[in-house]
Design a protein around this ligand. Structure first.
Ligand code: PLP
Length: 405
């Protein structure tokens, strides 16, 4: 009998494609039901078109994009990424420290496959973007979740991180700005994480794909800009900022002091060449995307769609008895708390399923983000205010009588 990767290795990773909630949503849609999907961070279906310039540049370069490129990416893309790193203060990133990928997703898996041996432990936030947990498991590692504290604006709990370090801990994942909470970490927290990483010789994996989706005059600080002495693996991409999730355009850069990481870097080079190269047309838009005028900024300012939709949903949710929520500073996700006692919720996935069946709105339960307690869920606030209004009214209506059996 052949041995296959066991599905349990990927448990918790694919909240949008597996499980009873998605099965039910698929069934409903197949039966012609109009399901309102608030479950995926995919801007395009909600009339967030990519900037015209991006589309035009991709078309212009299509003929040139027919062959494989350098396995790490074309020069102009990597040069633009290198300059982006310079602007963000990400230290010591040369052309050869940059790998383009078919989205950040591919690079997360690659970075973990090259990094982990069986039994190694990786610290991952809870709640997390679950691909990290899946990629660690798939690579033979053990994800160890550290708590992000809702009472402290969803910042990582440093004491919890310290408590969970063992002799097997090899690295720590930081998702900042955070999916699903919308948190943006202040400098003090980043510095404390750096201190812990220094003390315990941990590699930081900084997923900063939402670094350009920040509101309210906050500024994103790249953690690597605060630690030139540490080896840090940085992730970013265009899926969200330029509304081109389908093009698959992301990158990974190695920053700081690379002494002692030669073997890991050789492994990454090998893995990059094994997949030959990332989607070439999507590399050709990186230079255009990262330079000059950024139409995204307008969406994040007062009057802009993302800003107004966040404000609307934040208030609407807090007005529902039994729901409370922190205001996201970044991203387009919100992670409300539900009073599990009031509604007798023991199983958060069941709550999401019951809501879907009754009100035809699809959200994701907190457990889908490796959040242990059955008392949170995530909403994507990409739809327009009218749609969010309808969704929050349906939620209020549902909760006015709901008691989980
Ligand atoms: N990292 C985080 C935190 C995300 O939320 C996502 C997508 O939702 C990704 C990475 C993957 O993005 P992509 O593979 O489209 O670049």
């Amino acid at each position: 009998m052949k041995k296959f990767v066991k599905p349990h290795k990927l448990e918790g990773i694919c909240y949008d494609v597996r499980g009873p909630v998605m099965d039910e949503a698929d069934r409903m849609i197949a039966n012609g039901v109009d399901v309102l999907k608030l479950n995926i961070g995919n801007p395009a279906p909600f009339n967030f078109d990519a900037p015209d310039e991006i589309i035009q540049d991709m078309i212009l370069n299509l003929r040139k994009s027919q062959g494989y490129s350098d396995s790490k990416g074309i020069f102009s893309a990597r040069k633009a990424i290198m300059q982006y790193c310079q602007l963000k203060g990400i230290p010591n990133v040369g052309i050869n420290d940059i790998y383009t990928g078919n989205g950040v997703s591919e690079l997360i898996v690659m970075s973990m496959q090259g990094f982990l041996d069986n039994g190694d432990e990786m610290l991952v936030p809870s709640p997390d973007y679950p691909l990290w947990t899946g990629a660690i498991k798939l690579s033979g590692g053990t994800p160890v979740h550290y708590i992000c504290d809702e009472q402290a604006e969803w910042n990582p709990d440093i004491e919890d991180i310290k408590k969970k370090i063992t002799s097997k801990t090899k690295g720590i994942v930081l998702i900042n700005p955070n999916n699903p909470t919308g948190a943006l970490y202040p400098k003090e927290i980043l510095e404390q994480i750096i201190t812990v990483a220094r003390e315990h010789n941990l590699v930081i994996f900084a997923d900063e794909i939402y670094d350009r989706l920040v509101m309210d005059d906050y500024k994103h600080i790249a953690i690597s800009s605060l630690a030139p002495d540490l080896f840090i693996v940085n992730f970013n991409g265009l899926s969200k900022s330029h509304r081109v999730a389908g093009f698959r355009s992301g990158w990974m850069c190695l920053s700081g002091d690379k002494t002692g990481y030669r073997e890991y870097i050789e492994g990454l080079d090998l893995l990059a060449s094994m997949r030959l190269c990332s989607n070439v047309p999507a590399q050709y838009i990186i230079q255009t995307a990262l330079g000059g005028y950024q139409s995204l900024d307008e969406l994040l300012m007062p009057g802009g769609r993302i800003y107004e939709q966040r404000n609307f949903l934040y208030k609407a949710l807090n007005d529902i008895p039994g729901i409370s929520v922190q205001k996201p500073k970044a991203t387009f996700y919100i992670f409300p708390k539900i009073d599990a006692k009031k509604f007798n919720i023991k199983d958060d996935e069941q709550f999401i399923l019951d809501f879907l069946k009754k009100e035809k709105v699809l959200m994701v339960h907190g457990g889908g983000f490796n959040w242990e307690e059955p008392d949170h869920f995530r909403i994507v606030y990409l739809p327009n205010v009218e749609t969010l209004d309808s969704a929050s009214k349906r939620l209020a209506n549902f909760l006015s009588t709901y008691k989980q059996k």
